[in-house]
Design a protein around this ligand. Sequence first.
Ligand code: PLP
Length: 465
Amino acid sequence: MGQENQRPPKRSWAEPWKVKVVEPIRMTSLAERQRALIAAGYNTFLLRSEHVYIDLLTDSGTSAMSDWQWAGMMMGDEAYAGSRNFYNLEAAVREYYGYRHLVPTHQGRGAEHLLSRILIKPGDVVPGNMYFTTTRLHQELCGATFEDVVVAEGHDPDDESPFKGNVDLDKLDTLIAKVGAKKIPYIALAATVNMAGGQPVSMANVKAVHALAKRHGIRVILDATRAVENAYFIQQREAGYAGKSVRDILKEFCSYTDGCTMSGKKDSLVNIGGWLALNEDEVFEEARNLVVVFEGLHTYGGMAGRDMEAMARGIVESVADDHIRARIGQVEYLGQQLIDAGVPIVRPIGGHAVYLNARAFYPQLTQDQFPAQTLAALLYENSGVRAMERGIVSAGRDPVTGKHHYPKLELVRLTIPRRVYTQAHMDVTAESVIEVFDNRAKATGLKMTYEPKYLRFFQARFEVI
Ligand SMILES: *Cc1c(COP(=O)(O)O)cnc(C)c1O
């Protein structure tokens, strides 16, 4: 006390929780992993989790719940109709996201399905800031064409712009002029943009998208799956928001949209669940009617009462500034180690994951030799760390021409589950990625031996070339 500070105080992102229960995980031998890879057709989705050491396949449904959430599980009201947990969830969505009406669904794609069915007519066009796999497929199954209107920086893994998820307003304007507002049922705005590397949308951009859409009478529907993470980036990067809470930023962001689809398995810190939220009464009426056909009654939508309670409580925890700072701090910690070692990753580091740039790993491979799929397989073989391909396999085929989509980005996603792994797990992951990078000249690529019709990345099989 009384001493003058020599330097500004440093405070790391250490987690605002301590561990109460542990789940053992097992290390495997190289021979075991090689056998497991062949059995899985070199697709990390087809590995058994018991063969995985550090599982960075996805942040979806893989969060650790808090003691308060687990206590909520015991408060499940499993009444078929009118469960009190539904009303708690509805209140949480209203309070933190600000939408008027809630339709619960079993997970995010359930909400996408209902929304697409209600709003899309065959021949429609849905603009969006980069596609997401399930979102685009539901739009296409209802007869729409997806049009990418993300800013060009979103497709450039080396561009350091702070808001690479933004909508390119000129592109959107041109598209509206070309196809006509009547053919555009809504603009699909994702925050953050998963396929661009977890990149955020600025408040200024959502405001401008909203204003442009209103001029033409077009809705803006938010994919709110990681909107809390997006709000944190606004707080950190956008002028005027440094002093505001993530909670307030989230609510302001949502206020520029007309509704949202939500996968609660991400931001909301639960293992299962989702919802569709809407401000328009008529669209809500229709959704509340359709949910009964595809998901379950409108007060549970495919979820158990206890799961709705865990999600209601997860929403409250998810918007706490110290939680989100530690969550994204851990992702940045891993990403920074890789940057320091010269490993090519998407920059800036995203909210939920570090994305390895597989094209830069393997310039010797063509995109038809699946560089990102190859990298994910080699990383698993090296250490038992499981990642996911986000490149040509995930992009699928054009439904009209039957040709591969050739995305600019060929990425491997190291996705960090929330509140699950320690800093030491991040260190081991970085060490393994660096070793695979050092051996990059030896990679020979893969060929696809089995291709499912829908969302092929989940079940496709490969062989080494
Ligand atoms: C996971 C995800 C979805 C789909 O949600 P599910 O709960 O997996 O059905 C939609 N959009 C984005 C951006 C996602 O990450």
